[in-house]
Design a protein around this ligand. Structure first.
Ligand code: HEM
Length: 440
């Protein structure tokens, strides 16, 4: 939809259900996913109020592309202000030159070739992790996949498997940090700084983490042949050598962005396959041939990839934010300078006008994900300057890990459990129990 000249633009309509004072707070806080899905067909842009905070919900795929691709006007929004409180130094949270420079440095490691070289390590991690399972044991599938993703991501980052006390300390910090950041998003800064036991414990974890990361960075600096993604993060000439706190924050952004997402996608793929026996049998037929190889190739696993792509469609990030730096027209609607804009990849993916029968798990329905991405109807990895740099790694990890799990184990949900709450913002299905039966 072409933008109207500013003089013809209208004010965005209010989202339905708005109440005096609280606005749409009740609907948004009760179930953000459902609210965003319900608002999608209403209008291309809606004004949503949550108490004193107002944002523009952008529903139209073409306008979503515009707010992410026009980097002169649109910048990262409120979601990242909160994250910035803890990871302020990271170059991923900058815009412009510093951001472009860190993305460029990481390109060889995160590109197709770099990931192809890392692929055998992924399969090794998946085999080692699943070899520890006992026939008949009951597993919290979300936690299992998180442990697997932690080990693999640390290996990718540091260029060598992290083991022993260092692994235990990093695991501890990495399971606490996402919950803490979720809390910081919801609470005012002063409350999370009060000297109460929970805040003191968090400060102590962060202090230990800083010491450990500094040691790992130092090891890497001294190594005759620096390896892993960290090697790229620490490089710089004398005048632009990155500071230690910048590298630490970058490491944390990568770990936080790369672990829960991969673990959540894998766990959901396993749950969806358990609920859809025909898809599971289709996968078995592919895996029978492919996993006989020592290091199965991603290209030999197109069906496994389709399972992952469909899982990513159904279990995607709830919302992302942008901010308009100047007054602008979006379609027919006037957006004031400083306005917060929200869009929901999950709601796009579940829109039946874009994906007929959208609620159904139907691997193969997407055909070319690239074409869907171009049309703005499939955005699991975001869009624009901050689009996920870990996409190749994520797809390779999830495909190879799913192939390894599925070819060795039957995972069946423990009866009597409700499906994990996909309504929550966090897509990780923690607490869902599955029985592991070894395949003969
Ligand atoms: C299935 C797995 C994954 C999904 C669904 C996913 C999705 C996303 C999304 C939606 C964004 C935000 C884009 C935006 O702000 O516009 C993002 C950013 C990011 N992701 Fe991923 N991601 C995944 C795996 C990974 C992995 C494995 C890594 C690295 C180990 C990674 C590293 C990052 C980083 C560093 C950013 C910030 C990029 C920037 O600000 O420039 N992600 N990801």
């Amino acid at each position: 939809m072409p933008d109207l000249p500013a003089r013809f633009a209208t004010t965005a309509p209010d989202a339905p259900g708005r109440l005096p004072l609280i606005g749409n707070a009740f609907q948004v806080l009760l179930n953000p996913k459902r609210f965003l899905e319900a608002m999608r067909p209403k209008k291309p842009v809606l004004r949503v109020r949550v108490g004193p905070f107002e944002f523009y919900l952008v529903n139209d795929p073409a306008l979503i592309r515009q707010i992410n691709l026009d980097s002169d006007v649109f910048h990262r929004g409120r979601l990242f202000d909160v994250v910035d409180r803890s990871l302020a130094a990271s170059r991923f949270h900058c815009e412009g030159a510093a951001h472009r420079s860190v993305r460029k440095k990481l390109t060889p490691t995160f590109g197709q070739k770099g990931i192809r070289e890392f692929a055998p390590a992924i399969t090794r991690h998946a085999r080692a992790h699943t070899d520890r399972w006992q026939d008949g044991s009951v597993l919290d599938i979300g936690r299992e996949m998180e442990e697997l993703a932690i080990g693999c991501t640390l290996d990718f980052l540091f260029g060598t498997p992290v083991t022993g006390d260092e692994l235990a300390a990093l695991r501890h910090a990495l399971t606490i940090l996402p919950r803490r950041f979720a809390l910081e998003t919801a609470l005012p800064a002063w409350l999370t700084a009060l000297p109460v036991p929970a805040n003191r414990r968090f400060a102590a974890t962060m202090a230990d983490l800083t010491t450990l990361l500094d040691k790992l960075i130092d090891d890497q600096r001294r190594a005759p042949e620096p390896r892993g993604a960290l090697a790229a993060l620490i490089t710089g000439s004398d005048h632009d050598r990155p500071r230690e706190d910048v590298i630490r924050a970058d490491i944390l952004v990568i770990l936080l962005a790369g672990i829960g997402t991969v673990a959540g996608t894998l766990a959901w793929a396993i749950i969806e396959l358990a609920r859809h026996p025909a898809a599971s049998e289709q996968l078995d037929r592919e895996l029978g041939a492919a996993t006989a190889q020592e290091d199965p190739d991603l290209r030999a696993l197109p069906c496994t990839r389709r399972m992952i792509e469909e899982t990513l469609r159904l279990h995607s990030v709830t919302f992302l934010t942008q901010r308009a730096s100047t007054a602008v027209t979006l379609g027919e609607v006037a957006i004031p300078a400083g306005a917060e804009l929200v869009f929901s990849p999950n709601a796009l993916h579940r829109d039946p006008t874009l994906h007929p029968g959208a609620g159904r798990f139907d691997p193969g329905r997407l055909g070319s994900t690239r074409e869907h991405a171009r049309a703005g109807s499939y955005l699991p990895f975001g869009i624009g300057a901050h689009r996920c740099p870990g996409e190749h790694l994520a797809l390779t990890e999830t495909v190879l890990m799913l192939a390894t799990v599925q070819s060795r184990w039957n995972l069946r949900p423990v009866p009597g459990q409700a499906l994990p709450h996909s309504d929550r913002v966090n897509a990780q299905p923690h607490g869902f129990l599955m029985t592991a039966e070894k395949r003969r």
